[in-house]
Structures are given as structure tokens and as C-alpha cells.
Design a protein. Structure first.
Length: 209
């Protein structure tokens, strides 16, 4: 700890205490031209900024790159880097990575979700859904250029992202099941499946179907 930095300054993030909004989320692309076509034409997101460089400023890595940004309605952006000669990404070894790693955009209503599904299918994309998750309604598809799993979703309940107490209880329960399974030498996945089944029965009257 430096002499100019006291404990109170390290107690939490700088004021106002949390990031304001998503600035950008960045991925690698092997075809920036096709990426621009997909995000501007199909997704309707304007290309709003580019950076061309011969060295990565944050690391000093010495290779040329093209960095492009596409803007959403709230001002946040999705970005891509193209650099020549990059090999394909390493395989991740489990299908969960191909499902869980995704980028979700928000739409204003369920009607918009259905309209998006029609539009995406009209553009030759395979669409899953609409899927009702209880708190949100979503359609899923893949960026056909970069093979990123994408989601367009809309909230179904006002407090979908304001359930802090329930989230804390759920985390505590999940960790307790994992910890007990490990301590007793039981299969963690099986114990979690049993926990989920029991929890589903308890919560069934409150769940949407």
C-alpha cells in the first residue's frame, strides 16, 4: 500500500460505486467485412467507430489490427478485432461453453421478440425460441460470421434484475450443496441436480409455465 492510499480508498470501487453502463464488449473476428455486414444490415446496429493500429496499446503486442464498434440504442457498443493470420480459437472441450457464453440484447416487448424471430429467420438464420424463462422472453441464434451465440430478450417482470436478496439466498444454497457433496465424497453434479429438482417442486406454484 502506498503512502498516499489509505484503507478507506481501497474499501470499494470509486464513486458512484459501480460502473455506469456497458461501454463495449469485444470479440475476435476473422472477417471484419462480413461482420460489418451482419451487424449493420441484419442487427441494425450502426458502425460508429474504428481504430487501426500496428501495436496493442495496453500490452505492447506488435501486430496490425482493425478494431470496429457497433452501437446499441442506449449508446453501449459491441466491438470486434481483426488481425491477420490468427488461428481459430482453441476448442473449449465441453458443450456448456458453447451455450453459456453468449451476448444478449434487449428489446422492448414480447411482440418485438416475435418480430425479431421472423426477421432473423427471413435472413436465413436458425432461431431457437421464443423461450419463456419466467423473468424474460428470449430468442437465440448465432452470429453467422464469428459463431457467437446471440440472444434478444425482453423482461416479463419489472423486478427481474432487482432480486438481490433472492440471489444471495440462491448463491448460499448452491455453494452449500457443492461444499457438502465435496466433503462427503459425493458426485457434485448429481447432488446439484437433486437440489434443483427439490427446489423446483418447492417453487412450482410461483413459477410461470
Amino acid at each position: 500500500m502506498s503512502e498516499t492510499t489509505g484503507p478507506s480508498e481501497l474499501a470499494g470501487p470509486p464513486s458512484p460505486g459501480r460502473p455506469m453502463m456497458l461501454n463495449h464488449l469485444a470479440y475476435v473476428t476473422h472477417d471484419v467485412e462480413a461482420t460489418v455486414d451482419f451487424y449493420t444490415r441484419v442487427m441494425g446496429m450502426p458502425m460508429v467507430s474504428t481504430v487501426i493500429g500496428d501495436k496493442v496499446p495496453s500490452t505492447g503486442d506488435d501486430f496490425p489490427y482493425f478494431h470496429v464498434f457497433f452501437r446499441l440504442q442506449d449508446g453501449s457498443t459491441v466491438a470486434f478485432f481483426e488481425a491477420p493470420g490468427l488461428p481459430p480459437a482453441n476448442p473449449k472441450g465441453h458443450p456448456a461453453y458453447d451455450i453459456f457464453d453468449h451476448l444478449a440484447f434487449e428489446a422492448p416487448s414480447p411482440e418485438h421478440i416475435h418480430a425479431w424471430a421472423d426477421w432473423l429467420r427471413a435472413n436465413g438464420l436458425e432461431v431457437v425460441g421464443p423461450t419463456d424463462h419466467g423473468i424474460i422472453l428470449s430468442v437465440y441464434f448465432r452470429d453467422p460470421v464469428n459463431d457467437i451465440r446471440l440472444e434478444i430478450t425482453t423482461p416479463l417482470v419489472e423486478d427481474w434484475n432487482a432480486r438481490e436478496e433472492q440471489a444471495a439466498r440462491d448463491l448460499s444454497d448452491w455453494l452449500a450443496v457443492k461444499r457438502e457433496a465435496k466433503e462427503q465424497g459425493r458426485d457434485v453434479a448429481k447432488e446439484l441436480l437433486a437440489f434443483i429438482a427439490e427446489r423446483s417442486v418447492k417453487n412450482q406454484p410461483a413459477e410461470r409455465h
